[in-house]
Ligand binder design. Structure first.
Ligand code: ATP
Length: 364
């Protein structure tokens, strides 16, 4: 069992930096929670407070209902894996993994059993006698994970553990970590600035910005219903498009000429915005250029000229403008689509989002 509760947690550093503000979160047993956000948003600081490496300025932290603000790091039954997983270069893999257990005075047979179990799990059986310098980056990262696993802790904390690996290895290790979690079921908190990692690994995502939680939810929920323009723009790649306009007569007007017809079901909640400015959000994949789609609509489509077309193989990313506003669309690739082409783009109006232009908050 390992549940973690953050109750109004603040972290202030000397010199008046508030790194974390009013952080509230209940992490359930066996969850894999990802803290995601841009550099400096406070995710590492939050993780380090759980580990006990950073003092909590205000608020209370609980593990399984025990108040742990003042418990020393070694008594928290937590194992942490860092980006810089400094292995001991003079020790072989076995000793690197065994080191923490020796320090804690485990008996030799117990150490052997734990290291062998972890190395089997991580596919390191054949490398136990090797020194770190004779390992690949991925294998070294696995040893670092092994050091955490042998301790059989209540909680794993991982701070950008994959960011030193090349892109291909990162993707591979991502799925290995997910499988590992499925087997061990240890409550895990994982920090990354990479939204793809967050989307693919998390059972729940915590999106952070400037020390504040922006949204907490399952990856799909955060993707489909971003609570503000920051989350909408940060989660998803390419990013969500934002268009500024005005609501008039059940239409969203981008300028004097171009308008999109509002879906029936949105009219009621947009009433307070009649005649006012509003921000429309649309994901690149919710813009379509197929004729079959365009034929279904009289309105809610725009003629555009393509500035750049990136054909990646499975999809085409089109960069264009509607009026003066830049917009990106992801469509099925057609071999002949390219710069300067004029096409029609239709909006899937069932998937558009509206935000208050001042606060950036989602309009429900
Ligand atoms: P990154 O992805 O770059 O590691 P992060 O989201 O993990 O960023 P933190 O490292 O938690 O962010 O930092 C949050 C804020 O606290 C930043 O503004 C940072 O400059 C500040 N900060 C972190 N450690 C200290 C410290 N020891 N003293 C003063 N300010 C600090």
């Amino acid at each position: 069992m390992a549940e973690i509760k953050f109750d109004h947690i603040y972290k202030r550093f000397d010199g008046n930096v508030t790194a974390v503000t009013d952080f509230n979160l209940d992490i359930h047993d066996e969850e894999f929670v990802v803290f995601v956000g841009p550099s400096g948003c406070g995710k590492s600081t939050t993780l380090r407070m759980i580990a006990g490496l950073e003092e909590i300025t205000e608020g209370s932290l609980y593990i399984d209902d025990n108040y742990i603000n003042d418990v020393s790091p070694k008594d928290r039954d937590i194992a942490m894996v860092f980006q810089n997983y400094a292995l001991y270069p003079h020790m072989n893999v076995f000793d690197n993994m065994a080191f923490g257990l020796k320090l804690r005075k485990f008996k030799k047979p117990e150490i052997k059993e734990r290291v062998e179990n972890a190395s089997r799990l991580l596919g390191l059986d054949d490398y136990l006698q090797r020194k770190p310098k004779a390992l690949s980056g991925g294998q070294r990262q696995r040893v670092a994970l092994g050091r955490a696993i042998v301790r059989n802790p209540k909680v794993f904390l991982m701070d950008e553990p994959l960011s030193n690996l090349d892109a291909k290895l990162r993707v591979q290790m991502r799925s290995e970590l997910i499988k590992l979690h499925q087997r061990l079921k240890t409550t895990t908190i994982y920090v990354t600035h990479d939204q793809t990692e967050a989307m693919t690994m998390a059972s729940r995502i915590v999106v952070m910005k400037d020390g504040f939680i922006q949204q907490i939810g399952a990856p799909r929920q955060v993707y489909l219903y971003p609570e503000n323009t920051f989350v909408g723009g940060f989660i998803g790649s390419p990013s969500m498009n934002f268009l500024e306009g005005t609501i008039r007569n059940q239409h969203f007007w981008l300028d004097e000429e171009m308008s999109l017809k509002m879906p029936q079901e949105r009219r009621e909640d947009l009433k307070p915005y009649e005649g006012k400015a509003i921000t429309l959000g649309v994901r690149p994949e919710d813009l379509h250029d197929e004729q079959a789609f365009l034929d279904t609509m009289q309105e809610s489509k725009a003629k555009v000229t393509i500035d750049i077309a990136e054909i990646t193989g499975s999809e085409a990313v089109l960069y264009t403008k509607i009026g003066e506003q830049e917009i990106t669309a992801v469509v099925n690739p057609r071999s002949n689509i390219g710069q300067g082409d004029q096409i029609e783009l239709g909006f899937d109006m069932s998937k558009i989002h509206f935000f208050d232009p001042e606060s950036g908050e989602r309009i429900k």
